[in-house]
Design a protein around this ligand. Structure first.
Ligand SMILES: [Zn+2]
Length: 449
């Protein structure tokens, strides 16, 4: 088997397992941003090697793998997902494409993207008859019993409308805080797990909520013309919805709005993981249509993730001003929380050993607040056998003095070690790292700390 084929197989296996966990409310060791990033890697690998594409690849499937417990029901109309934009250039490409295809400047609207479970409601003659998860876009799971527990959602409407309404089912952050005993990592996981419970009495204790943002098939003579009009109509029907946070025809302003919004994400009572940028006029959006996998008239802007996956290239040993050696990971540069990162903290050699880190590993990088990112763990399933053990130095990589060691740390005890002296001079702003090589040659690396 070729290397590329093996790499493809590993990525597909990891992503399929992570997707199943994600869509079925199970715990996964791969977070959503890491899953997104690995999927982009897989897309790039398949673009360069199209012969690798196979039906089992998650790039070939729309939506979610289905679990086994709930009845499966077909959707009335195909349910599309959205493509994701992770950087401003992708957003700009999309707005340019929309303008080119419609031949004019078009009105756009922006909504918060709730991090919840996608579901579609069927109202028949004004009565809620069914609720279905997106599933694979053609067939979803019947979650009517769970949706009926949402007290804010009307079971009957004031008009005898027949309509398919799609939105997001979620659990508020404050409700999640009081439900902490349920041992789910985040509100989204708890919501995904809750809609799949069978007993409505238990589900009702989870305080599910829903916001609707899309009108599918319907029998209205004069349907709402824009996203704002849809919001107004939903309000009139007392169906919880999401008001656009921005509407306008200036694409560049829309892009700037998206780029600057991440800092406001905490103002919502629910978790949001981005914004959705839409063609505001519903008929134009419909005309723009779909690809095999996604609706083209809208795009999801994902906030910069605070987690990323990259490769561990080398470990440098930095000699500090007290002689303690700190391992510093050298990484293939990657964007985390909007900034480019090529080095990360490894706490000590015991931490490194516990995590079973190897050179060449795919590693998950986490940035908490403004601190230097740390390596959380390696993704062992992506190893190809070329990874190497990390060598622990016996001698000071700077002055070659034999190192003293306690449980956690290695220390150079040579008080004349020039690395320590320099670190003392520079410790307020800049740190120096020394890496030793087997032939005794010493290279100096420098970074702002
Ligand atoms: Zn030394």
């Amino acid at each position: 088997m070729s290397n590329k084929q093996a790499e493809h197989d590993r990525l597909v296996a990891l992503l399929n397992a992570a997707n199943f966990a994600y869509f079925n409310g199970k715990e996964s060791h791969v977070s959503e941003p890491v899953r997104d990033q690995l999927k982009q890697q897989l897309i790039a690998l398949e673009a360069a090697n199209p012969e690798l594409i196979s039906p089992k690849s998650p790039t070939q499937r729309v939506g979610a793998p289905l679990g086994g417990r709930l009845p499966k029901v077909p959707h009335l109309t195909r349910k599309w997902s959205l493509s994701d934009a992770f950087d401003i250039d992708e957003l700009r490409e999309w707005t340019t494409r929309m303008e080119r295809e419609t031949g004019r400047k078009i009105e756009l609207s922006i909504e918060p993207k709730i991090d919840g479970i996608n579901a579609t409601l069927h109202y028949e003659n004004g009565v809620l008859t069914r609720a279905v998860t997106r599933g694979n876009g053609q067939i979803g799971e019947d979650i009517t019993h769970a949706i009926r527990t949402i007290s804010g959602l009307p079971l009957t409407l004031s008009e005898p409308v027949t309509a398919e309404l799609t939105g997001e089912v979620y659990i508020r952050k404050d409700d999640f805080a009081t439900l902490k005993g349920e041992q789910f990592a985040n509100p989204r996981n708890l919501a995904a797990g809750s809609v799949r419970l069978l007993d409505p009495k238990i589900i009702s204790k989870r305080h599910l909520r829903m916001r609707v943002y899309h009108l599918g098939q319907h029998n209205m003579a004069t349907p709402p013309a824009t996203q704002t009009a849809l919001y107004d109509w939903l309000q009139a029907m007392q169906i919880p919805s999401l008001a656009p946070v921005w509407v306008g025809a200036n694409a560049e302003e829309a892009i700037n709005f998206c780029a600057g919004f991440a800092s406001q994400r905490d103002q919502f009572p629910f978790e949001i993981d981005g914004l959705v940028l839409k063609v505001h006029d519903l008929e134009t959006r419909e005309q723009i249509g779909f690809t095999a996998k996604v609706a083209r008239g809208a795009i999801a802007w994902k906030f910069p993730p605070t987690e990323a996956v990259t490769r561990l290239k080398a470990v440098m040993w930095q000699v500090g001003r007290t002689g303690v050696l700190t391992p510093v990971a050298e990484l293939v540069p990657v964007l985390v929380d909007g900034s480019r990162v090529s080095r990360a903290i490894l706490h000590n050699r015991v931490d490194m050993k516990n995590k079973d880190l190897r050179l060449g590993d795919h590693v998950v990088l986490v940035k908490a607040g403004d601190v230097i990112p740390a390596i959380e763990k390696p993704l062992k399933e992506l190893r190809d056998g070329t990874e190497k053990q990390i060598e622990i130095p016996q001698d000071c990589p700077n002055c070659t003095a034999v190192l003293a060691e306690d449980e956690m740390r290695l220390r150079c005890e040579n008080i004349n070690c020039s690395a320590q002296l320099q670190a003392r001079v520079h410790w307020e702003g800049v740190g120096y790292g020394w890496t030793g090589s087997k032939n005794g040659r010493i290279t100096i690396a420098k970074w702002a700390c």
